[in-house]
Design a protein around this ligand. Structure first.
Ligand code: GAP
Length: 523
């Protein structure tokens, strides 16, 4: 079979992906009948299946495959002192700036980063133009180092980047405003009339019903990690784990993001998959390196190509970390953070012990001493995993139709182990009861072991396209030969090849080809 992938701009692909997610029941804007709620989304019928499969892949590889990692599911609300101890009340801020004319709000650092991105795009354009001009003899490194225009752009870029990094590191709001003014950054209405830059706390809060005032002020957790920290000793005692050991949790987190854009990339309500690994003080470098590689392998095993993933060290360390790295993914809008790996020292356990007055130390029987464990954390956004998975899977291509003519299809080439529907059962014709009955019998047997779907609407070609569009890896077609010899065809979503197999082999074949163990074998 010959397939041709359509070439189009990443912006166009992204717009199509967002529209596809809505049309095919993956993601809807929240409360859409009221025109939606900014940066809040609902997962549709196929979205929730895919998201659950991603969570299962993470949970099984973290908890089931590690005898020294256990799970937890904490409440979203926590005692308000939790967030004082963790530093979130005082330091979980983003720099906010208002435009006095348009009254619109912006994140000061994000505006400067956008400016940097424009310079990067100019460099990229120059490089692409030169690559075309020089052909095979093009030496990109030499061009970047010597072309006067590129060198000038690069210098501008590096100077701004350095100023931004320093201002963020030292929380220098005056300098951030000075950078915005020096670069003459305007908002989307063209106005450069900015307020001073000030810190904006990202935590949402609400009030307990029975306590008025500050005492009853509750926060919606901005990360799931704190539930793990405050339960550290409970879990250690009830599971009798010895250090090193980990606690894993999947759950909702909330952040009042100033700039919320790029679909589900930056949301105000989202889900995290976090694991805190408790270790002996002094061993953090070794464990940080181990988890950094283990997490990269996890992404690669799911099928992300190496060139779409990269490590990016943090220039600006969070208040709790002594080392931090992001795993970035190349989304349609560029390389962005997908997962964070942080060496959190004993900051959190120490701070909770201090503020609560409770002991949160561990007695190490091998060393015969007590200490506050250090922590290496892995934290991946479930929604960002979803977006990375779908943007990689989304392909528009030309393939031959039943008559051998070129036709365009949109297909989600999702790894079969996490595809929302593993297999569709389709009678060749709708109006032949013998066919629909045989197909329903197969479906009613398969549904106990895999997520499968029965469909008899429209012509068979359109049904195949519908299954392609939701990423179903296998379609089972029941035709007249089925009635004679108990065989069906099984169609492969990616190769479009159809094979005849016996009905009794369907379940085994589908289970084998969609088994999550195929992913675990690669980690
Ligand atoms: N406990 C550490 C922590 O929360 P983080 O880097 O702020 O670290 C971890 O967040 C991950 O959570 C990110 O790598 C990202 O995947 C996801 N995440 C953070 N903010 C998000 C948002 N507003 N929308 C969607 N995902 C988000």
């Amino acid at each position: 079979m010959s397939t041709k992938v359509k070439t189009q701009s990443q912006d166009d692909v992204f717009k199509k992906l967002v529209a596809h997610c809505k049309e095919y029941g993956f993601i809807y804007p929240s409360s859409e009948v009221y025109d939606g709620l900014s940066a809040v989304y609902d997962y549709g019928p196929y979205g929730v299946l895919l998201k659950n499969n991603l969570k299962a892949y993470w949970w099984k590889s973290m908890v089931q495959l590690h005898e020294n990692i256990v799970g937890l599911d904490c409440a979203i609300f926590m005692h308000p002192k939790t967030w004082k101890a963790s530093g979130h009340v005082d330091a979980f801020n983003d720099p906010l700036v208002d435009n006095k004319d348009s009254k619109k709000r912006y994140r000061a650092d994000a505006m400067i980063e956008d400016h940097l991105k424009k310079i990067e795009d100019k460099i990229k354009k120059e490089v692409e133009k030169a690559a075309k001009r020089f052909g095979a003899s093009f030496d990109e490194a030499q061009f970047r180092a010597t072309n006067p225009r590129v060198v000038e752009y690069q210098n501008q870029h590096d100077t701004i980047d350095k100023r931004l990094g320093e201002a963020m590191r030292t929380s220098n709001m005056v300098e951030l405003k000075a950078i915005i003014e020096d670069l003459e950054i305007a908002d989307e209405t063209g106005s450069r009339n900015w307020t001073d830059v000030r810190q904006f706390n990202l935590m949402f809060h609400t009030q307990l019903g029975n306590i008025a005032g500050e005492e009853g002020k509750l926060y919606l957790r901005p990360e799931t990690a704190q539930g793990i920290f405050v339960n550290f000793l409970n879990v250690q005692k009830s599971t009798r784990q010895k250090i090193p050991f980990g606690i894993a949790q999947i759950g909702k987190a909330f952040r009042n993001e100033i700039v919320a854009r790029q679909f589900i990339f930056r949301m105000r309500e989202f889900e995290q998959m976090e694991m805190q690994f408790f270790i002996r003080p002094g061993t953090q470098q070794e464990w940080f390196a181990k988890w950094k590689q283990a997490r990269m392998n996890w992404h690669l095993a799911l099928g992300a190509p190496q060139e779409k993933l990269r490590f990016k060290d943090h220039d600006h360390l969070a208040h709790y970390a002594d080392a931090a790295v992001d795993i970035q993914y190349e989304f349609p809008f560029g390389f962005k953070e997908l997962e964070g790996i942080h060496s959190r020292t004993d900051f959190d356990l120490g701070a909770h012990a201090k503020l609560s007055g409770k002991k949160l130390s561990y007695f190490d029987p091998e060393l015969n001493e007590s200490y506050t464990p250090f922590v290496v954390e892995t934290s991946v956004g479930c929604d960002r995993m979803f977006l990375a998975t779908l943007s990689r899977a989304f392909v528009e291509e030309t393939v031959p139709d039943a008559q051998g003519e070129d036709s365009t299809r949109i297909v989600l080439k999702i790894n079969p182990a996490i595809a929302p529907i593993k297999c569709a059962v389709l009678p060749l014709l709708k109006n032949k009861e013998e066919l629909t009955k045989a197909a329903l019998d197969i479906f009613n047997h398969l549904k106990f072991s895999v997520d499968c779907q029965y469909d008899d609407k429209d012509a068979i070609g359109r049904r195949y396209r519908r299954q392609d569009a939701i990423g179903t890896p296998f379609c089972i077609t029941v035709d007249f030969e089925t009635l004679e010899n108990q065989t069906v065809t099984i169609r492969d979503r990616d190769t479009l090849k159809q094979e005849r197999i016996h009905i009794k082999d369907i379940e085994r074949i589908v289970l084998e080809k969609t088994d999550m163990r195929l992913l675990f074998a690669k980690i």
